[in-house]
Design a protein. Structure first.
Length: 94
């Protein structure tokens, strides 16, 4: 089991979307936010030197803002950036 907390720097580099039949370009924004993660895993020793590692990890990364869009004073935001995954690894132990 693992738990963690920290800070994240989220950046929206570039995005384009269509509004009213016209393409709109979103300007870059960067935000710093509180982040945390958690995970569970198991290890299984296959041989004396090889270990199979299986883990599930979840990360909450805060949010990021996009905008203003072109010359319009309009801002978009993603308030709940998160990721999760299942990881499989093989460890060679000397």
């Amino acid at each position: 089991m693992n738990l963690g907390i920290g800070l994240t720097s989220n950046t929206a580099d570039s995005a384009t979307f269509s509004a009213g039949g016209q393409g709109r370009q979103v300007q870059t924004k960067r935000s710093t936010d509180f982040a945390y993660n958690g995970g569970l895993g198991i290890k299984y020793q296959i041989t004396g030197t090889i270990i199979l590692d299986l883990a599930y990890r979840w990360y909450q990364l805060g949010g990021v803002k996009f905008g203003p869009i072109d010359d319009v004073n309009f801002t978009l935001s993603a308030k709940d950036l998160n990721t999760k995954g299942i990881y499989l690894g093989i460890v060679y132990q000397m």
